[in-house]
Design a protein around this ligand. Structure first.
Ligand code: SAM
Ligand code: SF4
Ligand code: SF4
Length: 374
């Protein structure tokens, strides 16, 4: 039985090319973009039902999640990660579903932490979590070699938060998870807040006040039209420019330079009385995936829980690396397949969204965010 909602395309198998693509970190797609960032989904399950991601009506008790045998094993993930690194990947983000639901995740982190980038440095390894299991797991994750975490938190008001996660999960437990991560040195911690107009925009200022000066970076994410199940409407998107204006009305901000190429967030620093950035007060980020696309510098690949390679968050199809892996492909064959797939990449969904015409509400076939991760 297919685990995805009806209407989603079944990913095509990657063909095995005969010409070789050098694995030397110089790989570029058709728009000249390098491959630097790999996001690995380790489970398609989640204990939350955020309505913008896994609405309860679809992801109910009858929903067919992947069986265990379909999941890539930790050894398979590590083997594939090695081939991505050969093409220049420097950063790996574990995601899901809820990644902390995957049993013994620390073992995977330990395996990935032993890998080295092309220039011999350790990988930048991070994880995005809803924070619900973080208080219990932070110490083991840190001991396994995880460097930092991003925690998703859509508000501080308990009623608003419980309604958004839709499983009545209390905000205090996520805050305790964040504190546990801080205490064991999993930092710098980023906090992701998806802003949905009409649902949680009243939480923007309380969140900004709470995290200002905490050493954590709060990032506001525009509600995106990912997947095919969340009933996305443009009028529920609050543009980042509005979020920045709102915060500025109470807490002065100054724009900061991007800290690395391909960074998705625009950075704003809290200002001192002279209007200069005060590092002690810290900074926020805004991720304007809808109103200000950043496809031109997108250097991210996504590996789904069952080993499909996706070249874009909005892709309708992935490339079946698991079949290659389980069909006896050598490391060189795997690296070659990845090289060919990336070389053919032309994706720029967010840049072309504005040319797609009005939002008609027509059915779409895009892969779900909970399947490939954020
Ligand atoms: N369960 C983990 C979590 O929530 O952090 C990891 C997976 S979740 C799919 C990754 C990120 O995607 C989260 O920060 C979440 O808020 C964000 N996300 C999910 N659906 C989204 C949407 N429709 N628009 C914008 N961000 C979304
Ligand atoms: Fe789960 Fe994360 Fe999606 Fe919320 S955003 S439903 S926590 S996977
Ligand atoms: Fe990258 Fe696709 Fe997002 Fe553009 S829309 S930034 S190509 S993931």
């Amino acid at each position: 039985m297919d685990h995805r909602p009806k209407g989603l395309a079944v990913p095509a198998a990657a063909s095995m090319p005969t010409t070789r693509v050098q694995a030397n970190g110089l790989l570029a797609d058709t728009r000249g973009r390098s491959l630097r960032d790999l996001r690995i989904s380790v489970t398609d399950r989640c204990n939350f039902r955020c309505n913008y991601c896994m609405p309860k009506e679809i992801f109910d008790k009858d929903y067919a999640y992947l069986p265990h045998t379909a999941l890539l094993s930790f050894e398979e993930i590590t083997r594939l990660a090695r081939q991505f690194i050969a093409h220049g990947v420097q950063k790996i983000r574990l995601t899901g579903g809820e990644p902390l639901l995957r049993k013994n995740l620390e073992q995977l982190i330990a395996q990935l932490a032993a890998l080295r980038t092309l220039d011999g440095t350790p990988l930048d390894i991070t994880l995005t979590t809803n924070g619900s299991l973080l208080a219990r797991k932070a110490a083991a994750l840190r001991a396994a070699g995880l460097q930092r975490v991003t925690v998703s938190l859509d508000g501080l008001d308990d009623a608003v938060f419980r309604a958004m996660n839709d499983v009545d999960f209390p905000v205090a437990d996520v805050l305790a998870g964040i504190e546990a991560a801080r205490a064991v040195g999993l930092g710098p911690i980023k906090i992701n807040m998806v802003v949905k107009r009409g649902t949680n925009e009243q939480e923007i200022l309380p969140m900004a006040r709470h995290f200002m000066g905490s050493g954590m970076v709060l990032r506001f994410i525009e509600y995106m039209d990912v997947g095919a199940t969340n009933g996305w409407r443009m009028n529920e998107v609050m543009p980042s420019s509005e979020v920045v204006r709102l915060i500025q009305s109470e807490l002065p901000l100054v724009p900061l330079e991007a800290s690395q190429p391909g960074e998705t967030a625009q950075r704003w620093g809290y200002a001192d009385a002279q209007g200069r950035h005060d590092p002690g007060l810290g900074e926020i980020g805004v991720i304007s995936s809808v109103t200000q696309a950043f496809c031109h510098s997108c250097n991210r690949a996504r590996l789904s829980t069952e080993g499909q390679l996706y070249l874009c968050l909005f892709a309708e199809k992935g490339y079946d690396l698991r079949s290659l892996l389980r069909g006896g492909a050598s490391d060189a064959d795997l690296a070659n397949a990845i090289g060919h797939i990336w070389q053919g990449r032309a994706d720029n969904y967010s840049e072309s969204r504005s040319q797609l015409g009005p939002d008609t509400g027509a059915p779409v076939k895009r892969v779900e965010m909970s399947y490939i991760g954020g």
